[in-house]
Every structure is written in structure tokens, then in C-alpha cells.
Ligand binder design. Structure first.
Ligand code: GLV
Ligand code: GLV
Length: 329
């Protein structure tokens, strides 16, 4: 039976077409995130919602969708826009797109690390501004990454992938997580350390944990004060994991050498003073934005939705226990 699907914003054409082959699909064609009010109006009567990390999925939205709603499929690996308990209470499956964006996100993390270490955006701005008057020996001096200590906070799929790529630079990997992870140790020789050691020993510190109440402001003024003055902080996970105001202060006072950010605490707003800092590389939340990766994310979204609407288990479900009894194998 054809059912109603609402897609909160344009995503790859192939995904929409796969959904349209079996169901009636409405896509928000305006190129902006909708307000909670607009979303509530648009999802009424839908069996499935395809959401983005900019859409808050809570009880009010699910009630607006109504009793036929079976699944909310996030076009993202992160799931902090979901109020999981509300969906679980209503027997609605919440799905994401794990795995397919690990390489893109890890490569982007390495790109940010290199861009900051070698001051590439800053040097490029200088050149474009027509300010270059010739080769100079003490000019745009950066930092080596080779054989330096790379600290990884969060040794999940993306953190481990970054560690593997960083081995190409002979970096020494140290990591911390809620539990020890033998895979990262076996693959990269990574050393398990506590948070204090991670913060104080890293030359480059990169964050790869989910945003949870206990990871909010994992890096605050205290941690920034304990990092090496030569250290570089990289964040391509979720903005609120770093206290952005404290980071502005630390970079202004040169308490650390630099930072590279793909994500921000209150997107799309940036903390006051952030864009004035020369010792900072910033890009607008694009870690998974490659042609190949976005197509694969879309393919998972359509598989998840089509499976759940026909009573089969999705590829990836974050509240599995709550909805598993409904699915046949
Ligand atoms: C991007 O930030 C994602 O969670 O997929
Ligand atoms: C050296 O500073 C190390 O912590 O391995």
C-alpha cells in the first residue's frame, strides 16, 4: 500500500526516486530549514519522515505526524536532533546512516589538521590580497605533523579511521574513550590514556564522540589551559562539544597554537570574535559533503524507510529494542 512520506529538504534525486517508486513523497522544496511549526503542519498523516540534523524531532512533531508514523530516517550519522524517548514511547523507529561517511569525515579531519598546521587558508588569503613581495625565510612558519602525537577523543568508527590515516604520517596515536578499544590499538598501536593525559600530551587533539549531556563542553577553558601551547584542536564532530567562547579566548591569548573547526556550538551562528582569529581554520559543517558519500547516505535512508514501511528491519536503527518486535526477518 502506498503511504505518505515527508522529506524535510532536498536530498539526492536517487533517494527521492527510490521512495517515490513505492510511496507518495512530498519534499520541502524551499532551500531552508523549516520552523518547528511548519514541520508540524507538513508531516501530518505521514508514515515516514526523512529528517536532517537541523530538524528537531520531538514528541510534539511525532504527535503532529499522527498514529500512522512508523519511522523517522535521519540523513546523517549524528542523532542528537532526536528526542529518542519520545519516538520509543510511540513505537517509531529512528534511523541514521552509519559507516558510509567514515572515510569522508576522517579525510576531512586530516585535511583540517594539515590546513591549520601548514596555515594554508591564511597563506592563501594573504596571496589573494596581493600582499606577497617575494620568498622569505621566516614566513608562514607552520608545524610538522610527522611523528607528532595525535590525541583522539572517542575511538568509534570515525576516530579509528582518523587514526589509520594518521599512521601515514608516522603519528603516535593516543586515545581516550569510555572504554578501551582493542581494534584501534591493534590497527594503529594507539595507546589508551585518560582524559587528562590526552589533553596534556596531544600535539593535535581531534574530537570524535557523539554529542550527549556528558560530552557537552568536553573541551572548556580548563582543558584549553592544560593543552600544550603548541597544540592544535580539531573538531568535526558536534559544535557543543567545545565551549566556543572559551576557545575564542584561548586562541586570542595564544594559550594554544591553533584550531580547525567544521562544526559550531550554535550553527549557523558563530561565537563573537571567531572569524577575526588568524590562528583558526573554519568551514561550514561539510565533513561528509562528497558526491559519493552523500549518495550512499541517501541510499541508506531510502532502504531504511522502504524496509520499515513494509514491515522489515532497517539497516541501522538507534532505538532498536523498542521497535524490533514489529519486524519480520
Ligand atoms: C553530519 O554531521 C552527520 O551527522 O551526518
Ligand atoms: C610525549 O610527550 C608523550 O606523551 O608520549
Amino acid at each position: 500500500m502506498r503511504q505518505k512520506i515527508y522529506v524535510t529538504r532536498e536530498i539526492p534525486r536517487t533517494t527521492i526516486e527510490a521512495l517515490q517508486a513505492e510511496h507518495d513523497v512530498t519534499v520541502n522544496s524551499e532551500d531552508r530549514a523549516l520552523s518547528p511549526d511548519e514541520l508540524r503542519r507538513n508531516v501530518a498523516g505521514c508514515a515516514a519522515i526523512v529528517s536532517l540534523l537541523t530538524d528537531r524531532i520531538d514528541g510534539a512533531l511525532l504527535d503532529a505526524a499522527g498514529p500512522n508514523c512508523r519511522i523517522v530516517a535521519n540523513y546523517a550519522v549524528g542523532t542528537n536532533n532526536f528526542d529518542v524517548a519520545s519516538a520509543t514511547d510511540r513505537g517509531i523507529a529512528l534511523t541514521n546512516t552509519p559507516g558510509v561517511l567514515d572515510d569522508a569525515t576522517a579525510t576531512h579531519t586530516i585535511a583540517l589538521m594539515l590546513a591549520m598546521a601548514r596555515r594554508i587558508p591564511e597563506a592563501e588569503r594573504f596571496l589573494r590580497e596581493g600582499r606577497w613581495d617575494g620568498w622569505k625565510p621566516m614566513f608562514f612558519i607552520g608545524a610538522d605533523v610527522d611523528r607528532k602525537i595525535l590525541g583522539i577523543a572517542g575511538a568509534g568508527r570515525i576516530g579509528r579511521n582518523v587514526a589509520r590515516k594518521a599512521r601515514a604520517f608516522d603519528m603516535k596515536i593516543i586515545y581516550s574513550d569510555v572504554a578501551r578499544n582493542r581494534d584501534i590499538e591493534d590497527e594503529t598501536g594507539a595507546e589508551f590514556v585518560n582524559k587528562d593525559d590526552l589533553i596534556s600530551r596531544s600535539d593535535f587533539l581531534t574530537l570524535h564522540m557523539p554529542l550527549l549531556p556528558e560530552t557537552r563542553h568536553y573541551i572548556s577553558a580548563h582543558e584549553l589551559g592544560r593543552m600544550k601551547p603548541t597544540a592544535i584542536l580539531i573538531n568535526a564532530s558536534r559544535g557543543p562539544i567545545v565551549d566556543e567562547k572559551a576557545l575564542v579566548e584561548a586562541l586570542r591569548a595564544h594559550r594554544i597554537w591553533g584550531a580547525a573547526l567544521d562544526v559550531f556550538e550554535d550553527e549557523p551562528a558563530l561565537a563573537p570574535g571567531l572569524t577575526d582569529l588568524p590562528n583558526l581554520v573554519i568551514v561550514p559543517h561539510i565533513a561528509s559533503a562528497t558526491e559519493e558519500t552523500r549518495l550512499q547516505m541517501g541510499a541508506i535512508v531510502s532502504r531504511n524507510v522502504l524496509a520499515v514501511l513494509s514491515g522489515r528491519a532497517p539497516d541501522a536503527c538507534i532505538n532498536w529494542e523498542a521497535v524490533a518486535p514489529r519486524f519480520t526477518e
